[in-house]
Design a protein around this ligand. Structure first.
Ligand code: C5P
Length: 212
């Protein structure tokens, strides 16, 4: 079994308001990306990182990212033909733990994907375009989906073999595997596995990392 890490890190990070790409923004004293690289490196035979233009030579196993998140994943996976299991993890989640990655890998046999997720704690309502509530969803069956997302690499390659417009519409890779007929299960993640999108998230992630 060749377990390869895939980190999409080619986003611009506009919502963070940083001067450069988000993955290379300082987070508790080091680039945001490095926190995830360290953890995946403990579990995977190698870690391929999809980076923005100009960052390809900043380390080993770097490939140019794509127009969308899943296009970046596709580019990185193409550089790891030996992978039988792919551990996809966003550079934007620096609080990932080795324990969570290992639980996702352990949960994979018998499935095409095993993905980190948190039970929804808010009440979720669906609205029409005008903001009118049309439905209140049953919260007990809802999960907020995160990374790491661990896949049978063959199933992920097949799922990513679609047009760029389909990749652009995907907010995670599991949805592509599901659309290709794959079975995906959730693995409950600790509440600390937050995603850095805005400035407030960065401050929260930094204080959690420093408290570790
Ligand atoms: O934008 P968002 O925070 O959802 O991005 C999730 C992850 O995907 C980030 O780590 C970002 O760097 C990466 N990404 C990428 N290529 C893109 C867009 C986002 O690798 N074209």
């Amino acid at each position: 079994m060749a377990v390869v890490g895939i980190i999409p890190a080619a986003g611009s990070g506009e919502r963070l308001g940083a001067s450069g790409p988000k993955a290379f923004t300082d987070c508790a004293g080091r680039p945001l990306l490095d926190w995830s690289l360290d953890v995946l490196g403990q579990v995977c035979s190698r870690v391929v990182v999809a980076v923005p233009q100009g960052f390809e030579n900043g380390g080993p196993d770097r490939v140019l990212g794509g127009e969308s998140r899943s296009a970046s994943v596709r580019n990185a996976l193409a550089a790891a033909p030996e992978a039988t299991v792919a551990v996809v993890h966003d550079a934007a989640r620096p609080l990932v733990t080795r324990e969570l990655v290992e639980r996702c890998i352990a949960a994979l046999p018998g499935w095409e994907g095993a993905i980190a997720a948190a039970p929804v704690t808010d009440t979720i309502k669906q609205t029409d375009a005008g903001g009118r509530v049309v439905r209140t969803l049953e919260r007990s069956t809802l999960w907020s989906i995160q990374t790491p997302q661990v896949f049978d690499a063959g199933a992920l390659r097949k799922a990513l073999d679609v047009g760029d417009e389909v990749l652009a519409g995907a907010t995670d890779d599991a949805s592509l595997v599901e659309a290709a007929g794959g079975s995906v299960r959730v693995v409950e993640a600790p509440p600390e596995n937050v995603k850095v999108t805005r400035r407030a998230d960065l401050l929260l992630a930094e204080s959690l990392l420093r408290a570790h």
